[in-house]
Design a binder for this molecule. Structure first.
Ligand SMILES: Cc1cc2nc3c(=O)[nH]c(=O)nc-3n(C[C@H](O)[C@H](O)[C@H](O)COP(=O)(O)OP(=O)(O)OC[C@H]3O[C@@H](n4cnc5c(N)ncnc54)[C@H](O)[C@@H]3O)c2cc1C
Length: 472
């Protein structure tokens, strides 16, 4: 008897969102015993998108993301499903403090700060990062009335509650590490909706955070390591996740080195044309690519083109231990915009992530570029190295040259969710459902930039595809 032909699902984009979408599509259809054919189409020659680990003479160097938040269920669930729990590695418990540059000097970040919101009174009073007036202004959060209403920028929100100093000296540099963004542009509802809810519920942000800290929601099923370290990675780097996904997905068709150039609706679903002219048919389609690239396939959806992306670079620098005299007693430092430096942050990898560096060496990862500061794009690699070496000299007194460096330019890599992003996205998805049913969007440009958010979106797109195809 002839086996029934499965529905054809094509996933465009082989980053973590696309790979997760493929993994969960396969799993859901198999569990429900519904036949399916899955293809992944990836423009570049390798899978993983932003995730890319370089192994060099015993160093483990991340060219994109370097870790994920341990309390995020989607990544912990996927790690478990892929049998990677024993590969997890946490940060060095003795390197917890982070520093912030203020007027050219590194200050320890006071304990108990959540994105600049003080939850411990004494360390906040003592910190040299905020002036006495700035501290009084921050404390006014306790008495200021709440504001109800729609979305606003994260910068406006923090300044309104805690004042300009907290925003510029603490929140903005911390944000650079997550969104490389300009807080005055980013939507609070799409980045930190929990803060807005806290204001609605408790009026004061400080009170809201303190209440949630005193009664944290226990997360069930987390491995021991996730209870000890806020951030996790894998012993051999984040590419472990990509490689394992590729292994378990391999029976399905993976087309590398070919982008999708054109998408048309046809009688039975969709037709895709690849760069080399190959045609693919799809009953269901998951677009797991940057929004501007999705917009080229969906010409009716102009708004997708308008979500800005910022370019950043990260530079790994390896030194001999004896060449770095500065005490590396923490995980690194952040550089506020107003300090006018080339670098936006520096992670002391050899202190924070012990597995990354062979003994006798020091490894740093320096970050460059954020919204509104993209002048570095004009610099050659040599000029970029000189500029960050000057910063390292001025901040940490390092005069030696690194014996190894690796520059990664991540062009148009960090989506910046504008105010109103959530509402626009809802409209786009509704229109898509009416005009181009069976197409689902996922990835960093939509509902969260972190790796766990992208996994969650891939899973949701897989479930939506299953529901759509089985209801036909
Ligand atoms: C420098 C940096 C540091 C970061 N650090 C962290 C961190 O520490 N922790 C964390 O959780 N997150 C971090 N992030 C964010 C996170 O890495 C990304 O948001 C996430 O990896 C994006 O995954 P994605 O699948 O949505 O997109 P991508 O990884 O961008 O994948 C999209 C894929 O689509 C492909 N594509 C594009 N056009 C086409 C086409 N026409 N046809 C076929 N394929 C196409 C691309 O080649 C790409 O492989 C960081 C990001 C950067 C840039």
């Amino acid at each position: 008897m002839e086996t029934p032909r499965g529905k054809k699902v094509v996933i465009v984009g082989g980053g973590i969102a696309g790979l997760s979408a493929a993994f969960y599509t396969k799993k859901i259809f198999e569990e429900q015993q519904v036949p399916v054919e899955i293809s992944i189409v990836e423009k570049s020659d390798r899978l993983g998108g932003k995730i890319q680990t370089l192994h060099h003479e015993g160093f483990i160097i991340e060219k994109g993301p370097d870790s994920f938040l341990a309390r995020k269920q989607p990544i912990m669930e996927l790690t478990k499903e892929l049998g990677l729990e024993d590969e997890l590695v946490g940060t060095n418990p003795n390197a917890k403090s982070t520093f912030i540059l203020n007027k050219g000097k590194l200050h320890p970040m006071p304990p108990g700060l959540v994105l600049g919101i003080p939850t411990k009174v004494v360390p906040f009073i003592k910190t040299g990062l905020i002036s006495p007036l700035g501290k009084i202004r921050a404390a006014m959060d306790l008495v200021l009335p709440k504001r109800t209403g729609g979305d606003e920028s994260l910068g406006h929100f923090i300044e309104r509650r805690l004042g300009k100093e907290v925003l510029e000296n603490i929140t903005e540099p911390l944000l650079s590490g997550i969104y490389s963004g300009d807080a005055r542009f980013l939507s609070i509802n799409s980045t930190f909706p929990q803060f807005k809810l806290m204001e609605e519920k408790h009026r004061s942000l400080i009170k809201g955070i303190m209440t949630s800290h005193h009664s944290p929601q226990p997360i069930k099923g987390l491995p021991e390591i996730a209870k000890k370290s806020m951030f996790l990675s894998y012993k051999n780097g984040l590419s472990t996740l990509v490689d394992r996904l590729e292994d378990v997905l391999r029976p399905i068709e993976i087309i590398n080195g070919q982008g999708v150039e054109k998408l048309t609706k046809c009688e039975k679903g969709y037709k895709l044309i690849l760069e080399n002219g190959t045609e693919l048919q799809a009953d269901g389609l998951i677009l797991a690519m940057p929004t501007s690239k999705a917009a080229t396939l969906l010409p009716g959806f102009k708004w997708l083109e308008e979500i800005p992306y910022v370019s950043v670079a990260n530079i790994a620098l390896a030194f001999k231990k004896e060449d770095v005299r500065f005490p590396l007693s923490g995980s690194g430092f952040l550089v506020p915009r107003k300090e006018g430096r080339t670098m936006t942050a520096c992670t002391w990898l050899s202190s924070k992530w012990l597995h990354t560096t062979p003994s006798g060496n020091v490894l740093f990862r320096v970050f460059v570029g954020r919204a509104g500061s993209e002048g570095w794009l004009k610099l050659s690699d040599q000029e970029l190295l000189s500029a960050v070496s000057k910063d390292l000299h001025d901040m940490m007194g390092i005069t030696a040259k690194p014996f190894f460096s690796e520059i990664t330019r991540c062009l148009d890599s960090m989506p910046q969710y504008p105010v109103g992003h959530k509402e626009q996205l809802k409209m786009i998805r509704e229109q898509l459902g009416i005009n181009m049913p069976g197409i689902f969007l996922c990835g960093a440009g939509y509902d969260g930039v972190g790796i766990p958010d992208c996994i969650q979106q891939g899973k949701k797109a897989a479930m939506e595809t299953f529901d759509y195809l089985t209801a036909l």
